[in-house]
Write a protein that binds this ligand. Structure first.
Ligand code: SAH
Length: 492
């Protein structure tokens, strides 16, 4: 049905050193070794014992009372030595090596720490040496704790400060009672699983619980009412059947920050996503992780999935009860054939929502420092398709001659020589400023500007490629004054 997605949408390993894999390890009842008795060791002892580890500590005499208490409560041992004893030797001779699963080293002496790390690695223990990422086989991520709910943030040992900074931001965002919500959901998980054996129906039920009135009741401390409400909602849910829906969403021209809040929310709800070639990889990354992805990209002269094929696919998934995200570049109603897609859905009584997006003209113009209208330059702006149906231009050229009108051509790269020639032929001044913006709003944005007469040659000379829009009008001149606005793009 669909051809291979373009390279930019491939999901391969990132360039550069490999990333760490965040996992959460169940260490309850497992032996963990801790070497050192300083404050850092105490912090790690708190974390390990909170997760139920049996802690065996190797340190020099004179440790904090709290470390002693944590160790003994965990069912482990505190092994204290005189300063002349080699701690590596103590660890080597310890009887917990075989049953141990990990070792944390928090010592001032880096050479001893290095040796212990090497030894533990040989023994196949996971090893963490505080403040020495290169010696670690695992690290402790920055964490946001909400009771039994924990959020871990890892910078793959590159910039721990950044993880901590992010942690502060998340702390501020999440109500403290998320832990209580997790507890409540845990309590009801088996009940809900029994009542709603259908996986999708169950997921929707939980979504309604975790992002609705039940969650609000928990956040305001009314746990009992929350439970009553949950039971009532479960009863009501038993009679519902899965209803499919289509979200026709404009993804904007490329920069993920130009997504609307609504787009982002629906992207998180989708069971399946049908996306086209203009949707950037970064944006696709924001779709719910386990949503099925179907590439239905269209390219000039290579329609991998026909419009009828796309219409049928949307219908098929929606009839199967899925929430279908139709993600389109820019705005779905501007040269997006969005209208045709929902017409088809309406004919078949499928529910749908349409979410506007930032269209290429406004996104690219802003990021290139070109105001599309301006009191002194242009009182109107016109979006025109440059994709000429019969291959030859059949546009109302006489309407394009007004010097106070900005024109934006979409899909106009191939037809550019004819477009500029026809405009000049019908009376638009050859020296009218014109600009080409390729991959606007993305990190690869390129802008080339010149005159209407010379723009086609410039496109060829600079090997401009799709997706590109062409802006024609005196507003293009303003770009020089406004380039401060466009720090990233390559100006040519
Ligand atoms: N619905 C889209 C337009 C789809 S038509 C929207 O509202 O933006 C496809 C054309 O849009 C491309 O040929 C190109 O002319 C333009 N386009 C889309 N994204 C672009 C981008 N990031 N930079 C430059 N042009 C873009």
């Amino acid at each position: 049905m669909s051809s291979k997605p373009p390279l930019h949408a491939a999901h391969g390993p990132l360039a550069g050193p490999a990333l760490s894999l965040p996992v959460s390890i169940a260490i309850e009842g497992k032996c963990c070794l801790l070497v050192g008795g300083c404050n850092q060791a105490l912090l790690k002892a708190r974390l390990l014992t909170k997760a139920g580890a049996i802690l065996h500590v190797f340190a020099y005499a004179g440790v904090e009372q709290e470390l002693l208490e944590l160790t003994s409560h965990s069912g482990g041992t505190l092994n204290l030595f005189d300063p002349h004893v080699d701690l590596l030797d103590a660890v080597r001779k310890s009887q917990w090596l075989d049953s141990g699963i990990l070792c944390v080293v928090a010592l001032q002496d880096n050479s001893v720490a290095t040796k212990i790390a090497a030894f533990c690695t040989e023994q196949k223990l996971l090893i963490n040496v505080v403040d020495s990422p290169s010696l670690c086989s695992f690290t402790f991520p920055a964490r946001v704790d909400r009771g039994s709910l924990q959020i871990a943030i890892s910078s793959s040992s590159r910039v721990p400060v950044l993880s901590r900074f992010l942690r502060q931001k998340i702390e501020a965002l999440l109500p403290f009672e998320y832990g209580a919500l997790n507890e409540l959901a845990t309590e009801f998980t088996p009940i809900v699983a029994k009542a709603l054996p259908d996986k999708q129906l169950r997921r929707r039920f939980w979504e309604a619980i975790l992002d609705g009135p039940v969650a609000e009741l928990v956040f305001s401390g009314r746990i009992k009412q929350a439970k009553t409400k949950l039971r009532r909602m479960l009863e009501n849910h038993l009679d519902t059947s899965l209803e499919g829906e289509v979200f026709l969403v404009g993804a904007g021209p490329g920069d993920p920050e130009l997504l609307t809040l609504k787009a982002l929310r629906l992207m998180q709800l989708a069971d399946v996503v049908l996306y086209d070639r203009l949707v950037s990889t970064e944006i696709l990354e924001l779709v719910r992780r386990d949503a099925k992805r179907v590439y239905v990209g269209k390219q000039r002269a290579e329609h991998s999935t026909s419009q009828e094929g796309i219409n049928d696919l949307l219908l098929k998934h929606a009839i199967a009860g899925e929430r279908v995200l139709r993600l389109k570049g820019g705005d779905p109603f501007i040269f997006g054939r969005g209208g045709e897609e929902i017409e088809h859905l309406a004919q078949h009584n499928i529910n749908f929502q349409v979410v506007p997006g930032v269209t290429a003209a406004s996104g690219c113009a802003c990021y290139a420092g070109i105001p599309l209208t301006h009191r002194d330059h242009a009182q109107s702006v016109r979006f025109v398709t440059g994709h000429l149906k019969s291959g030859s231009p059949d546009l109302p050229w006489h309407e394009f001659v007004d010097a106070h009108q900005t024109l934006v051509f979409y899909m106009g790269l191939v037809g550019l020589p004819e477009i500029s020639a026809k405009m000049i032929e019908h009376g638009r001044a050859p020296e009218t400023p014109a600009a080409l913006i390729q991959q606007g709003t993305t990190k690869k944005q390129r802008v080339v500007s010149g005159t209407l007469a010379g723009i086609a040659a410039l496109a060829k000379q600079h090997k401009i490629q799709a997706p590109t829009i062409t802006i024609v009008g005196s507003v293009v001149e303003l770009r020089e004054k406004l380039t401060w606005f466009t720090p990233n793009d390559q100006v040519e």
